[in-house]
Design a binder for this molecule. Structure first.
Ligand SMILES: [Zn+2]
Length: 277
């Protein structure tokens, strides 16, 4: 019997204004040569997710420079108002008035914060972000980081297990996810998740059946036992629509494993609920 996927939560989706999405795609095309066939507007994105069995998804904005986060957060929030599926996150750039931007976003209904450490040039333990983390703790909202070296950030001091664990140790009350299983340092990030209840990892890209081809990472190196042990810390995500492969590839490797039904329910839904609070 095929293990259950629906009703899933996809914890890592990018519904973005058309121009920003095009800029992200152009950067990935230039640097990685990836081509994108998926739709860019919210309704078409949601149709694909819904068809696959996704009930709700987290939409993650990007602020690649200062001064753009407030408008972007408001744009995502407005899309959430039109949607039954979209769970809005917010972002801020470390050079913004961090406390103001984050307070306004959380007060307006953002369910969490997103930081892309290498693109925003800020490690998770960057003290400029402390006001954001203090507000996340006050509002009981989680934080999601691109904090790993994949796919093109090896040697970048903003990423890797050291600055992530330094943040986690300073803010143990803030639920924190490292996207992409922390690739390419998956073992080290799994060990951090062993040590801290507040730490989560998302499966985005790294656990897809396309990871080896597009990211030079073999998801088979993560043993079934590790996923069972950490099923309340590992949640499904996809990076849709910015993936150079079919949406089904994001889950078919996971579904081909011999995991317990409880672990599948955790990974595809319950862990995201715990993360979101
Ligand atoms: Zn992403």
């Amino acid at each position: 019997m095929t293990p259950p996927f629906a009703p899933a939560i996809d914890a890592h989706v990018h519904v973005l204004p058309e121009r920003l999405l095009a800029a992200v795609r152009n950067a990935l095309n230039d640097e990685a040569g990836w081509e994108f066939a998926h739709p860019t507007d919210r309704e078409a994105i949601e149709a694909v997710l819904h068809e696959a069995g996704v009930e709700r998804y987290v939409s993650l904005p990007y602020a690649h420079r200062s001064g753009v986060a407030a408008d972007l957060n408001e744009w995502v929030r407005a899309r959430a108002e039109e949607s039954e599926m979209l769970i809005p996150f917010a972002t801020v750039h470390p050079d913004d008035d961090v406390a103001d931007v984050v307070y306004d976003a959380l007060e307006a209904g953002a369910r969490g914060l997103k930081f892309h450490c290498p693109v925003q040039r800020c490690p998770p333990d960057d003290p400029r972000l402390d006001p954001a983390y203090e507000l996340a703790a006050d509002f009981d909202r989680p934080v999601l980081f691109h904090a790993g070296t994949a796919p093109m950030f090896r040697g970048d001091s903003a990423v890797g297990p050291v600055p992530f664990e330094s943040f986690v140790a300073s803010f143990p009350d803030v639920r924190a996810c490292c996207a992409h299983m922390g690739a390419y340092d998956v073992e080290e990030f799994l060990a951090i998740a062993d040590d801290y209840d507040s730490v989560f990892l998302d499966t985005t890209f790294a656990m897809s059946s396309a990871a080896e081809r597009y990211m030079d990472f073999d998801p088979g190196t993560v043993a079934d036992d590790r996923i069972e042990e950490l099923s309340d810390s590992i949640m499904y995500g996809s990076d849709f629509p910015n993936i150079p492969y079919d949406y089904a590839a994001e889950r078919d490797h996971l579904l081909s494993r011999d995991l317990s039904e409880a672990t599948y329910r955790d990974v595809f839904r319950r862990t995201a609920e715990r993360f979101l609070g």
